[in-house]
Write a protein that binds this ligand. Structure first.
Ligand code: BES
Ligand code: ZN
Length: 652
């Protein structure tokens, strides 16, 4: 396995090693009961580690509070607003904000009109808004957003469930908050906020803050977020929304047509919060509500504090996809409470969150269910790794160097699944009880603070003995590429049954006379299968090189083509679109593919489907292009970006 060390990591490792080589570590070292000692990260190295390559803002002039007054204009697709920023008491004479595609109208420094300048114009980072503000306390920026703002999706009324009102939602992570609020757009700066937002009377406005539950006559809503958050957690949603509470602390907002189904699907949320608190300490954010977005939302979920944003594609009627809620809820600790200092440390957010998600799922639904999720995570990791090791080996380390790159490049199975498996290995090594104690105190110690990998390693050293540290191979896991050989392998008993079914299918000759009696498991078994088992089944057929005949047999019995579950549909079509399978009714198949891609914009679903089509012959590629051209306008700017790249790479 190749191991790539950057200059910085070698420096940090040198520091760590100089302090912890076996010989030099006293057996009864007073500052480490476990015997592993790591020196505190040196101040100058520390400054480098916390330096954010994706923001123009400066360490020496930070904000502490935001007062946002905004008005939302659906016709013009513009938000007009004033962002009033309170500065930290001691700051440099020049204050810098990140802006992208914003029209700055006026700047006030302590209430007085002030000069300002825009510097730089980077396609990825936007520009620096530079304001002379020596000794000032408050900077007010009056501005308008652009109809093309990347963080905003203006969703037309016709495409909503109720078709009555348009919908607007934001997606700030990773560096898009700057396209709707001038801000110090990096995870290392935290601030509290208040907001007043005016929207059309027929709609309700919600933010990542304290929220209303009902519309009012004026269409003006007030918000307060008393816990300090980084800019990527700023969020706004506006639409024709209703609310249903779930227990004491949780609730769901959705279009009236969907809100009951959503409340049923997420009925366990209150219990999840209790389970999570029991493991890793108090939930610090007051309420935990969820907002169901239109199907164009490019993600599964987004952990906006107090108000998780969700895709409607997890509302499938059997609560089988609620690990997504466990995931976004887990971010209330890993991410929102202890935050990656820069996007280079993204695994500190996502790896911990997947780990915590699995623990919540295990607690609530049992170890067998969690094992299936873990096995799927392992498969995702292997699949993505195979491609990444061909294309971009450096991107397979947990610690990333994203300077000059889009932080979205770091959103891969590495941060999520390699991160998860590393933490699972740590747990296996020290034992669950001690590990949980460690994590609980870690969340407490660093609450409302930012975290870099190197500081986490220092903490980790406190819970591992030298021998454990070495047997895990901590440095190789963090800075090395690929997947270390000691990666835990999740075993799922329920998947053993599924894998048998896959084998039965693949070993049969689809043309044989009595083939149907040989390829299916008894219905008593498959009737109990959850989404996870079906995903394993479909992926198993795909990985095993199923022929069109095999797919036809599977579809005839299990009806994948007509499944109401988007997770199953996406896996199914991604598999069969690589073949010439056209189902039992070619027209129906064509229509279903087109209507799915025309109505759902979740990247995880649509990118593999388009990819499968683009891997096919010219005719298939042209079909993909036509569907994309027809559907593009209904996709989120982020999904458009991903797919534009995909199409331009494949079809010059
Ligand atoms: N915070 C992420 C979504 C995200 C990451 C948005 C980076 C923009 C940049 C969210 O918590 C997430 O991980 N969503 C996953 C959920 C899944 C792993 C359960 C998703 O949307 O697929
Ligand atoms: Zn996440």
């Amino acid at each position: 396995m190749k191991v790539r060390f950057s200059f910085l990591t070698s420096l940090v490792l040198a520091l760590i090693f100089s302090a912890c080589s076996n010989e030099e570590t006293p057996q009864n070292s007073p500052n480490s009961v476990s015997g592993k000692v790591v020196e505190p990260v040196d101040t100058s190295v520390r400054a480098e580690l916390f330096e954010d390559p994706h923001s123009y803002s400066k360490e020496n002039a930070k904000v502490t509070h935001l007062n946002w007054e905004a008005s939302v204009d659906f016709d013009a697709k513009v938000i007009s607003a004033t962002a009033e920023w309170v500065l930290s008491p001691e700051h440099a004479d020049t204050v810098v904000f990140d802006v992208k595609d914003l029209e700055i109208e006026k700047v006030l420094v302590d209430g007085e009109s002030s000069a300002w300048s825009i510097e730089g114009n980077d396609e990825l980072l936007g520009s620096a808004l530079v304001i002379p503000a020596g000794g000032a306390q408050i900077i007010g920026i009056q501005y308008k957003t652009s109809p093309q703002a990347e963080a905003l999706q203006w969703y037309p009324a016709e495409l909503t469930q109720g078709k009555r009102q348009p919908f607007l939602f934001t997606q700030s992570q990773a560096i898009l908050a700057r396209t709707w609020i001038p801000c110090q757009d990096r995870p290392g700066v935290r601030f509290t906020y208040e907001a007043t937002v005016k929207v059309p009377k027929e709609t309700l406005a919600l933010m990542s803050a304290s929220n209303p539950t009902q519309k009012n006559e004026q269409g003006i809503y007030e918000f307060n977020m008393p816990q300090p958050i980084p800019s990527y957690l700023l969020a706004l949603g506006v639409g024709d929304l209703a609310f249903i509470p779930i227990g004491d602390r949780a609730g769901v907002y959705a279009e009236p047509e969907m809100v009951r189904n959503a409340a049923y699907e997420f009925a366990q949320t209150d219990e999840m919060i209790l389970d999570a608190e029991e493991m890793y300490g108090p939930y610090y954010w007051g309420r935990y509500d969820m907002l169901v977005l239109p199907p164009s939302f490019p993600f599964g979920g987004m952990e906006n504090p107090r108000l998780t944003f969700l895709t409607p594609t997890v509302i499938v009627g059997d609560q089988s996809l609620v690990s997504l809620i466990a995931h976004e809820l887990a971010h209330s600790w890993s991410g929102n409470l202890v935050t990656n200092a820069t996007w280079n440390d993204f695994w500190i957010n996502e790896g911990f969150t997947v780990y915590f998600e699995m623990r919540i799922m295990e607690k609530l639904y049992g170890v067998e269910f969690a094992n299936m999720l873990e096995a799927l995570s392992y498969d995702d990791l292997q699949k993505e790794l195979a491609v990444m090791l061909e294309e971009n080996v450096a991107a397979t380390s947990l610690k990333q160097d994203l300077k000059g790159k889009n932080p979205d490049d770091g959103v891969t199975a590495i941060a999520y699944d390699k991160g998860f498996h590393f933490l699972r290995l740590c747990e296996n090594t020290v034992g669950r009880e001690k590990w949980d104690e460690f994590l609980k105190s870690y969340f407490d110690k660093y609450k409302f603070k930012t975290m870099v990998t190197e500081v986490f390693l220092q903490e980790l050293a406190g819970v591992l003995t030298q021998g454990q540290w070495d047997s895990i191979g901590v440095e190789e896991w963090i800075y090395g590429t690929g997947l270390p050989v000691n990666c835990p392998f999740p075993v799922s008993n329920r998947f053993v049954v599924v894998d048998d079914a896959v084998r039965m299918m693949l070993s049969a000759d689809p043309q044989a006379d009595n083939v149907k009696s040989m390829v299916y498991l008894p219905q008593e078994t498959t009737i109990r299968w959850t989404t996870q088992e079906w995903l394993r089944y479909i992926r198993g057929l795909e990985a095993g090189g199923a022929s069109e005949g095999h797919y036809a047999l599977a579809d005839a019995n299990y009806g994948f083509t007509g499944s109401p579950n988007p997770e199953i549909i996406a896996a199914w079509y991604s598999a069969i679109l690589k073949t010439n399978f056209e189902g039992y009714d070619a027209n129906m198949y064509t229509e279903k593919v087109e209507s799915f891609l025309g109505s759902v914009g979740r990247r995880k679903f649509i990118v593999p489907m388009y990819q499968s089509m683009l891997d096919g012959d010219k005719k298939r590629q042209e079909w993909a292009k036509k569907i994309y051209m027809d559907s593009r306008a209904s996709y989120h700017p982020l999904a458009q970006g991903t797919l534009d790249d995909l199409f331009s790479e494949t079809m010059e």
